[in-house]
Design a protein around this ligand. Structure first.
Ligand SMILES: NC(=O)c1ccc[n+]([C@@H]2O[C@H](COP(=O)([O-])OP(=O)(O)OC[C@H]3O[C@@H](n4cnc5c(N)ncnc54)[C@H](OP(=O)(O)O)[C@@H]3O)[C@@H](O)[C@H]2O)c1
Length: 242
């Protein structure tokens, strides 16, 4: 597949699924705008990519929770390339471990809801404004199996992902049969840095059984390359080995 001339914005692109998506898109010829908060990590992650793949990747330090920061990133993208063809909403944070509702502080709730839900809203809104002008584009939201099933200790994370799923379904209904397409991918455990922030360390043995970020990038590629008439709401993917 050749994405030459296409412009892709990827959030959470300094690590894990977002980084794998940015690499895949650039490898297939797209101009990629990679977003994450920490500029140093973003730079390092782009520098870690083979030179011929990273040449079309631009990093912009962006906080998806912050309206002004999101608008600035989208405006910079449009002033560089004139359009946005693809948005991958992969920025996300999880809980430090299983926690009962009564143990959760408001600031934890806000951090997760603002990143996973408000961030998806702000990025999608700004991208949709540009995509609707050209009646063309594709938004892919990275949800989770937690968007379909909430465990007792996963309350905030699941609430944020159920919310992002509702947002995705609403965006699909609103843009049905238009030139702008929307889908989601809902993975089970994927071996990324998200597991390095847990209070209880996750064993290598457990990580070895997880999906890899490249598996999710492959599914993004699959969605982006379906024929125009084929719509897929969501792909749920889990590891056969867990
Ligand atoms: N890994 C899994 O098992 C798994 C399973 C299902 C779904 N998911 C979902 O997949 C997505 C990607 O997760 P991952 O596993 O790839 O995580 P990761 O390796 O921890 O990467 C998270 C990325 O999001 C960025 N980020 C966090 N907060 C941000 C903010 N406010 N603004 C902009 N960027 C922000 C991080 O960079 P900065 O910290 O520098 O901002 C980083 O680039 C998340 O939505 C996650 O919920 C993951």
């Amino acid at each position: 597949m050749d994405f030459t001339g296409k412009v892709a914005v990827v959030t959470g692109a300094s690590s894990g699924i977002g980084l794998a998506a940015a690499k895949m898109l650039s490898k297939h010829g797209a101009y990629v705008i990679s977003l994450a908060r920490d500029e140093g990590n973003l730079r390092k992650s782009i520098d870690s990519i083979e030179a011929d793949v990273r040449k079309n990747i631009t990093g912009i330090a962006t906080d998806v929770r912050d309206e002004a920061s999101v608008k600035q990133a989208i405006e910079q993208t449009v002033s560089m390339y004139g359009q946005i063809d693809i948005l991958i909403n992969a920025a996300g944070v999880s809980m430090p471990g299983k926690q009962l509702l009564q143990e959760i502080e408001l600031k934890q709730w806000q951090r997760i809801m603002e990143t996973n839900l408000t961030g998806t809203f702000l990025m999608s809104r700004e991208a949709l404004l540009r995509m609707n002008e050209r009646n063309s584009g594709y938004i892919i939201n990275i949800l989770s199996t937690a968007a379909f099933q909430a465990g007792g200790g996963d309350s905030i994370y699941s609430a944020s992902k159920y919310g992002a799923r509702a947002l995705t379904e609403s965006m699909i209904s609103a843009s049905r049969r238009s030139g702008v397409r929307v889908s989601s991918i809902s993975p089970g455990a994927v071996d990324t840095n998200i597991w390095s922030h847990k209070l209880e360390p996750v064993s290598q043995e457990s990580r070895d059984t997880m999906l890899k970020p490249g598996d999710i990038a492959d599914i993004i590629l699959f969605l982006l390359t379906r024929p125009r008439a084929v719509h897929i709401d969501n792909i749920t993917v889990t590891s056969w080995d867990r």
